[in-house]
Design a protein around this ligand. Structure first.
Ligand SMILES: [Zn+2]
Ligand SMILES: [Zn+2]
Length: 353
């Protein structure tokens, strides 16, 4: 098939969640599907699972209890779980990124469950998971809400629903609130497939509107992915990032661009070692450690009014030029006889910041 996920997104079905129906008592021998909550009258014994609950929700709060619920998987949910397994087997690097086969299958299965719950047929779901990139996007967008949509999520660890009942239609147990979240997250996924990349600033809520390390003010990415690309909100201490004069030891909140994040991860923290590593990576030079960079500052260490820039490390362009001029003996620096080289930032006219 030659259709892409983007085509699939354009022709993807509009969310059509089933109308909520009241659950009914389980008939003798019947079990509820652990995912969609549908009644299965003659469950396959190989698919029976036991779920342990430790509390029950009451109007007065959660009361301690211990209850075992037997559940099954309906044919359609079983097929979907098989599909998740097959997708994780097919995409080795995603499997590695997610940590383990079992965890990866769980996330993919949950994301596919969200598609199922909003009424996306299997063929359309497969097209939305066609490539590894599509699959990553799918997991990022829907795994969390898909996991919350499972019938079993209402039964463990706390019983929020009657475990002796099942629903006459699939996904009929979803609350209005959860149904709305499923629709919203699905709509966001469809937009992500059709939208064009744009220059995106860090998410709002930060003290500084640029990468805390290199000062770049916007990243080229799909708008719906911008929050993921910029990463979590972090707090840094300007005093540990090369600030000349520290007036107040107040943390600065903000985000870090992907190359700077890699440097911070390799150093284990957002500190001067990471700042040096990120600058060298930007310059395409390797040595860190044998070169002493005097006066280097992360962008977050500059006065708060300093605007972000279009290019990374624009605030240290002088130092970068000095580094290039210093003609660092790269081979020797990487070899056993390391020679220390000191590179100093040229002072700005008028004192500098
Ligand atoms: Zn089911
Ligand atoms: Zn950066």
């Amino acid at each position: 098939m030659s259709t892409t996920a983007s085509d699939a997104a354009k022709s993807a079905p509009r969310p059509a969640l089933p109308r909520r129906r009241k659950p009914r008592e389980l008939p003798p021998g019947g079990l509820a599907c652990r995912d969609c909550g549908h009644l299965v009258r003659q469950p396959d014994p190989d698919r029976t699972t036991a779920l342990l609950s430790y509390g029950v929700a009451t109007p007065g709060g959660v009361r301690e209890t211990r209850h075992e619920t037997y559940l099954t998987t309906c044919d359609r949910c079983e097929l979907r779980r098989d599909m998740a397994h097959e997708l994780i087997q097919r995409h080795a690097s995603l499997r590695q990124a997610l940590g383990s086969i079992a965890y990866g299958v769980g996330l993919v299965a949950a994301a596919l469950a969200a598609l199922d719950a909003v009424g996306v047929p299997e063929g359309a779901a497969a097209r939305l998971a066609a490539t590894e990139r599509d699959l990553r996007q799918l997991v990022n967008a829907l795994a969390r809400v898909g996991g919350a949509a499972y019938w079993s999520s209402q039964l463990a660890p706390t019983l929020w629903a009657d475990p002796d009942k099942a629903h006459p239609t699939r996904w009929a147990h979803l609350s209005d609130e959860l149904a709305q979240r499923l629709r919203d997250d699905y709509a966001r996924l469809l937009r992500a497939h059709t939208e064009q990349p744009a220059l995106m600033p860090p998410p709002s809520g930060a003290d500084r509107a640029g990468c805390l390390m290199c000062g770049v003010g916007a990243l080229l990415t799909r708008p719906s992915l911008a929050a993921d690309v910029w990463g979590p909100l972090r707090a840094v201490q300007p005093g540990t990032l090369g600030a000349a004069r520290v007036v107040r030891q107040r943390p600065v909140y903000g985000h870090i661009c992907p190359p700077c994040t890699r440097a911070a991860e390799m150093e284990g923290a957002v500190g001067m070692s990471a700042v040096e590593r990120a600058l060298f990576a930007h310059l395409g030079r390797v040595p860190v450690g044998a070169v002493e960079l005097r006066g280097l500052r992360a962008w977050a260490a500059l006065p708060p009014a300093t605007p972000p820039s279009a290019e990374p490390w624009a605030h240290e362009s002088g130092l970068a030029a000095e580094l290039k001029r210093a003609r660092l003996p790269l081979a020797r620096l990487n070899g056993p006889r390391r020679r220390a080289v000191t590179v100093e930032r040229t002072p700005r006219p008028g004192g500098g910041r």
